[in-house]
Design a protein around this ligand. Structure first.
Ligand code: SF4
Length: 472
């Protein structure tokens, strides 16, 4: 992953001023959140299912080595070829090698965040290969030379009007084309790609150790085309995507679609178990499964291992007050939102991404929404502590925290500091409701876009003491 050259604050400011983005996010987020709540309201024992899913993921990650070996054995027995990539470079090299050895020119892809993580498309295009994204959102992103901004909805940051304009310019649809007309135009544009491709590249929502299968969950059917129409199918799989058995896969699938889109099950669930076998007429001649580490083993060994339980449903993004205002691009990482600000430094190291763990209010809405109950705030606090320990926090924050620690340990000093702050704030401009309108120095970031509640003229303990004296 390449860290951006601008700061998180700069990107956040830009996102807040983008009216199109704000409009698109407002429309989409309510839809996702309401859909999830309704879907869970109709699911008997939904909470128990979440507990069970957490145990499944925790056990899968705790015994990852065994499951990976079982998977490899079973996948080879099915006729699939299993490859291992330590990092993004090795993963890209493996895909290119398979393409070269098989005389591949045209590649179709279904949505894969992992392929974004390893920056696969630029590497393939640099070698002169034609790459076509077939998920509608990814197709739009590719046409516009943009980047996905949500784990499951790549163009959630695009209002309809922008898609209409893009399709008008590239596919000749009218400027006021309906959604049905737009999807029909995309279907026409993609059809030849499906029929002519030599290789299909997919991700995998899960890999089932028991059967050596990769599982793809989509709503558009493009995943099935990508995995069956070309003569070669390459599946990119993060090593943590393991579901030990089909039974456990069933539990995870019940939660994935409900948490992601509010559907009981996604429209297409494909379980790919090897290439076609005689006398089957359909399906690829070769299936290659590339397991990619790229920082996951390192994450597994530390206190952020829980982030690997993630089943990439996107629910935590949809409820996060920060994501809902900024969208995905402000994070600068392939993985945005609450899970992104943990997973990105977990995979790629804290130094280039040390700003990200600050992009949270620690409200806990993410954990409440997460189908496998990942404790994101706990890991964020750990990352923030690591940031301070590594000397990466801003100087004012480090000195400020030291000062606060001292004051909190000495009540007199604390009282004096509080009085001083209460007195100083009288000089600050106020809103008609009496809130502080602007604060100085590093605190100005808070009041740039909202007011700050004033400090009480008397502290709680002063009022308590006064009341006690009065009652005596
Ligand atoms: S952390 Fe939980 S809610 Fe967020 S994407 Fe992963 S599984 Fe979904």
């Amino acid at each position: 992953m390449h860290p951006p050259t601008t700061t998180f604050q700069q990107r956040a400011h830009q996102a807040l001023q983008d009216r199109n983005l704000q409009l698109a996010l407002d429309r989409a987020m309510h839809h996702f959140v309401d859909g999830r709540l309704n879907a869970f309201a109709r699911l008997p024992h939904g909470e128990a299912l979440r507990d069970h899913a957490r145990v499944i993921r925790a056990n899968a990650i705790a015994r990852l080595d065994e499951h990976l070996e079982t998977f490899e054995r079973n996948a080879r027995a099915n006729g699939s070829m299993v490859h291992w990539a330590r990092d993004d470079e090795e993963a890209r090299a493996l895909v290119l090698k398979i393409a070269r050895e098989n005389g591949v020119q045209r590649i179709i892809k279904s949505k894969s965040m992992l392929s974004e993580e390893i920056e696969l498309n630029p590497a393939l295009e640099k070698e002169g290969l034609d790459v076509l994204e077939t998920d509608l959102g990814e197709f739009i992103v590719q046409l516009a030379h943009d980047h996905p901004s949500h784990i499951i909805a790549p163009v959630v940051h695009w209002p309809l009007e922008r898609v209409q304009k893009l399709f008008h310019e590239h596919l000749g649809t009218p400027l006021d084309a309906s959604i049905t007309d737009l999807t029909a135009a995309a279907r026409r544009a993609l059809r030849n790609g499906f029929l002519q491709a030599d290789m299909g590249i997919s991700g995998a929502n899960f890999a089932v150790a028991e059967t050596g299968s990769v599982v793809l969950v989509t709503n558009e059917g493009n995943g099935r085309f990508v995995t069956t129409a070309p003569r070669i199918h390459v599946a990119l799989v993060g090593i943590e995507r393991m579901a030990p058995t089909l039974r456990e896969l069933g539990t995870l699938l019940q939660l994935l679609a409900r948490s992601a889109t509010g559907q009981p099950l996604s429209v297409y669930t494909s379980i790919v178990t090897g290439p076609r076998r005689s006398p089957q007429e359909d399906g690829p001649e070769q299936v290659h499964i590339i397991f990619i580490d790229n920082g996951r083993t390192q994450a597994l060994a530390g206190e952020l291992a829980e982030s690997l339980y993630c089943i990439r449903c996107g629910a935590c993004l949809n409820v996060c007050p920060v994501y809902r205002r900024l969208g995905g691009h402000a994070y600068g990482s392939v993985y945005p939102g609450p899970i992104g600000i943990v997973v990105t430094p977990a995979l790629d190291g804290l130094f280039p991404w040390h700003e990200l763990p600050q992009a949270s209010t620690l409200c806990g809405a993410c954990t409440e929404a997460c189908p496998v109950r990942i404790d994101i705030p706990r890991m964020l606090l750990k990352l923030r502590a690591d940031t301070v320990d590594a000397g990466l926090a801003p100087t004012w924050l480090r000195h400020g925290l030291k000062l606060y620690t001292k004051a909190a340990q000495h009540p007199r000093l604390f009282r004096l500091g509080r009085k001083l702050a209460a007195w100083t704030q009288r000089l600050a401009p106020r809103t008609p409701q009496g809130w502080v309108q602007s604060m100085p120095g590093p605190l100005a970031g808070w009041t740039d876009s909202r007011a700050f509640p004033p400090l009480a003229s008397e502290s709680f303990s002063e009022r308590w003491e006064k009341r006690r004296r009065h009652e005596r």
